[in-house]
Design a protein around this ligand. Structure first.
Ligand SMILES: [Zn+2]
Length: 83
């Protein structure tokens, strides 16, 4: 399992404002089936820091890549209103 890395903060957890155990592994819809002995990071799981975790609400039925696209679009919308 890879260490926590929030795809929205894009910094290693050591450099973030949060501790290792603050991160939550969110399970999205699997898009591929791996063998039972798959030891790596499941591609449909993503770590989220406490500040971005609420943004995954209601999106976990989507594949991870799709859910992330939604979240990033929402973030752009809420931060880029002044242009
Ligand atoms: Zn984050």
């Amino acid at each position: 399992m890879m260490p926590p890395f929030c795809p929205l903060c894009r910094v290693p957890y050591q450099l973030s404002d949060f501790a290792y155990e603050d991160f939550t592994l969110v399970h999205f819809r699997p898009t591929q089936t791996y063998p039972d002995d798959w030891a790596g990071h499941p591609e449909h799981c993503e770590w989220f820091c406490p500040s971005h975790l609420p943004l995954t609400k209601g999106l976990t039925h989507l594949p991870a890549a799709e859910a992330l696209a939604h979240i990033q679009a929402n973030l752009r919308e809420s931060t880029g209103r002044d242009t």
